[in-house]
Design a protein around this ligand. Structure first.
Ligand code: HEC
Length: 277
């Protein structure tokens, strides 16, 4: 009787374990289903390089030239950014700060009134200090490269990552006119090869949704534009977590300390063991 009772509690435990396991797997699948970059699918991968000062400096310069007119970075201060990015304060203020009333210790509170901009765009441009923490740097990097022409929208553009975004494509003069186009792509057979007709010609079908930039409409080519957005996203990643570089640097010392400490204590342990035998 007792053993039967034990068996049934054991079974209960096993059942509980499987319920938890399956619900975990199920929620994981659910998360994977709604693609993180919406109509674009998976976001393009972004790897930050927060100790690459020239990348961060160029990102800051792009941000202050093209984005700060609408978006604030209201949890950062001007002089902290100048210091972290190794830009002498004088050069920083002469070249990148366009408002003469700004003082070095001020917060980067933006130059646009929230109420007016909400009237203009229907929604106030959000503060971007924490945007890479909110959506991830991958998302931001992909979002800024996936605007396309769409005449049904207020500004004539739409975005694959953020369909219906109320933001104009402010970098269009650099990137050029990007459009969604269709292409003939080969149909893949079940065995993984391309399907062919009786004469050996590849059978194709029309597939749409490819981003293509009209030749000669932008001042940068695709590679240069991607590099510009890389630096901009790198800068926004820094702004979202300005102590990250320092933390990662100190982390190595901690690991190093543990290695030495473990070696010393195991030597000491061996020394003590000798007294027992
Ligand atoms: C003319 C004003 C304007 C400029 C300039 C501008 N934006 Fe925006 N941006 C907006 C508005 C308005 C939204 C809100 C869109 C919405 O929610 O539909 C937005 C949204 C965003 C978002 C999404 C934020 C979120 O949490 O949903 C990001 C990221 C962004 N902008 C980055 C930039 C960057 C980087 C630049 C500079 C290259 C820039 N923006 C320049 C107006 C602007």
């Amino acid at each position: 009787m007792i053993s039967l009772q034990k068996l049934s509690t054991d079974l209960l435990w096993i059942k509980g374990f499987f319920i938890i396991l399956f619900s975990f797997l199920y929620f994981n699948l659910e998360a994977a289903e709604g693609a993180p970059c919406k109509d674009y699918g998976e976001c393009d991968e972004f790897k930050h390089t927060l100790n690459d000062m020239s990348s961060l400096q160029s990102g800051a310069s792009t941000f202050l030239t093209y984005c700060y007119g609408c978006h604030s970075l209201e949890y950062s201060r001007w002089n902290r950014v100048a210091k972290d990015l190794d830009i002498p304060e004088e050069i920083f203020f002469d070249n990148l700060v366009f408002d003469p009333s700004v003082k070095p210790g001020d917060l980067m509170a933006g130059s646009m009134s929230k109420i007016e901009s909400a009237e203009w765009f229907g929604v106030a441009p959000p503060d971007l200090t924490l945007v890479t923490r909110l959506h991830g740097s991958d998302w931001v990097y992909t979002y800024l490269r996936t605007f396309y022409e769409d005449s049904s929208k207020q500004y004539g553009v739409n975005n694959l990552v953020y369909p219906g975004a109320a933001m104009p494509n402010v970098l269009a003069s650099l990137q050029g006119n990007q459009q969604l186009t269709c292409k003939e792509v080969p149909i893949i057979a079940k065995n993984g090869g391309e399907k062919r007709d009786d004469f050996g010609n590849t059978i194709t079908k029309q597939k749409c949704g490819f981003l293509t930039v009209e030749d000669g409409t932008g001042s940068l080519n695709e590679e240069e534009f991607d590099a510009l957005i890389y630096d901009l996203t790198n800068f926004l990643t820094y702004v979202g977590d300005p102590d990250k570089v320092e933390r990662e640097r100190i982390g190595w010392y901690v690991v190093f300390f543990f290695i030495i400490f473990t070696t010393l204590s195991s030597l000491l342990y061996r020394e003590y063991q000798k007294d027992y035998h």
